[in-house]
Design a protein around this ligand. Structure first.
Ligand code: TXA
Ligand code: MG
Length: 322
C-alpha cells in the first residue's frame, strides 16, 4: 500500500508534485496488472485495466464479488466510449447531456472493445461511463484505455466515500490509493440500459426525471435480473440490522435522522436537502455501525428526485431487495 496523499488538484505546488508522483505510481501499477483506489464524484472505485483478465480477476477477488456481476468501464471521453460500446441516438443525447458525470450507459459492446469478457461477465453488452472527478479524469486519460472500477467496498457492504473508508474496505488489494477527498455525490452512478427499450437499472444522482426529459419514458428494471445482475443480493449493508422509516428510535439503536426534527450525531441533512443526505449516507451508515448498535434506524426520506436513489440503497441495506 502506498502512502496516501491529497490529489484534489487544489493544493499548493508541493501537493501538486505529490499528486503527479502518485499518478505515475498508479499508472505503473495498472500497467503491471495491479489495482488502484480511484476517487470519483460518486464513490471510490477499485480500478484495474479493463482489457486484462488477470487484473479484472483480482478485482473480483478483492471484493469477494460473484463473477457474474459485470463491471463498469470508465473512459476519459466520448471517443474512448465509442471504441468500447455502440452508440445509438438515445445514447448520444444522454452522453451529451450528462458526461462527464454520474451516468452509466449499458450498450451493445463494440467489436474489439478493450473490455475483456470477464469484466462484462460474458454479456454482449457493456456498461460505460465518463467520470467527472479530476483525479479519475487524469488517471483514465493518461492510461489511454478503459478502466473497470467497481465501488471499492467488499461485496454487499456500503460503498466508500472517503479514501480512508476505501482503504479499510479493499486497501490491502490496491498498490496505490489516490486520495481525492470526500466524494461530492456519495451515491453510485445512475445505470440506464439502452437496448431494445430504455430501462433504469439503478437509480442514482442523475434522476429519472432528468433522463426522461431527454429520451422519454423509462421502463422499470423489474424482475429482469439478467440485465442487472448486480441488483440481486443484499447490498450496501452495514453489519448492524437496518430499520427504515423510523420517526423515533428505541434505546440501543443508532438513528440516522433527516430534517429539522432530527436529533443525535447523524442527521443526514438538518435542512432536509436530499443532495446533502446522499453525500452523507454511506459515511454515516459506517459511523453508526462502528458503535455496534442494536440496529441502525433511519428516518423517512421523501421519494422524490434524489430520494429515489437514496431509498433504493436503504431498502437494499435493510435486505428488502425489490
Ligand atoms: O458510481 C459508480 O458507478 C461507481 C464508481 C466507482 O464509478 N462504480 C460502481 O460500480 O458502482 P459497481 O461495479 O459497484 O456497479 C456496477 C453496476 C452493477 O449493478 C452491475 O450489475 C451493473 O452496473 N452493470 C455493469 N455492467 C452491466 C451490464 N452489461 N448489464 C447490466 N448491468 C450492468
Ligand atoms: Mg457497488
Amino acid at each position: 500500500m502506498g502512502e496516501h496523499r491529497s490529489d484534489s488538484g487544489e493544493g499548493d505546488g508541493a501537493d501538486r508534485t505529490r499528486g503527479a508522483t502518485q499518478l505515475a505510481l498508479a499508472l505503473a501499477a495498472l500497467r503491471a496488472g495491479g489495482l488502484v483506489l480511484m476517487p470519483t464524484e460518486t464513490v471510490y472505485g477499485l480500478a484495474a485495466d479493463a482489457s486484462d483478465p488477470l487484473a479484472v480477476a483480482r478485482v473480483y477477488e478483492a471484493k469477494g464479488r460473484p463473477a457474474f456481476n459485470p463491471l463498469i468501464a470508465h473512459v476519459s471521453d466520448l471517443a474512448m466510449a465509442r471504441s468500447v460500446a455502440r452508440f445509438d441516438d438515445r445514447a448520444e443525447r444522454l452522453a451529451a447531456a450528462f458526461w462527464p458525470g454520474p451516468l452509466t450507459l449499458v450498450l451493445p459492446v463494440s467489436d474489439g472493445a478493450a473490455v475483456c469478457d470477464l469484466a462484462r461477465a460474458g454479456l454482449e453488452t457493456v456498461a460505460v461511463r465518463v467520470p467527472r472527478h479530476p483525479t479519475a479524469q487524469r488517471l483514465v486519460s493518461a492510461y489511454g484505455g478503459p478502466l473497470v472500477a467497481p465501488s471499492a467496498n467488499r461485496s454487499g457492504r456500503p460503498s466508500p466515500t472517503t479514501c480512508a473508508d476505501a482503504v479499510e474496505e479493499t486497501g490491502e488489494a490496491a498498490t496505490v490509493a489516490l486520495d481525492g477527498g470526500s466524494c461530492t455525490i456519495g451515491l453510485e452512478s445512475t445505470v440506464v440500459a439502452l437496448l431494445d427499450d430504455a430501462r433504469l437499472l439503478r437509480p442514482g444522482a442523475i434522476t429519472r426525471d432528468q433522463i426522461e426529459a431527454i429520451i422519454g419514458p423509462l421502463a422499470e428494471a423489474g424482475g429482469d435480473a439478467k440485465r442487472s445482475p448486480g441488483r440481486l443480493t443484499r447490498h450496501y449493508a452495514p453489519d448492524a440490522p437496518v430499520r427504515l422509516d423510523v420517526l423515533q428510535p428505541v434505546p440501543g439503536e443508532a438513528w440516522l435522522a433527516f430534517g429539522s426534527a432530527g436529533h443525535g450525531p447523524w442527521n443526514l441533512s438538518p435542512t432536509g436537502d436530499l443532495r446533502e443526505a446522499a453525500a452523507n449516507l454511506f459515511a454515516y451508515l459506517r459511523a453508526a455501525d462502528r458503535t455496534n448498535p442494536l440496529a441502525i434506524a433511519i428516518a423517512p426520506i421523501p421519494q422524490e428526485g434524489l430520494g429515489e436513489a437514496i431509498n433504493d440503497r436503504l431498502r437494499r441495506a435493510a435486505g428488502f431487495v425489490g
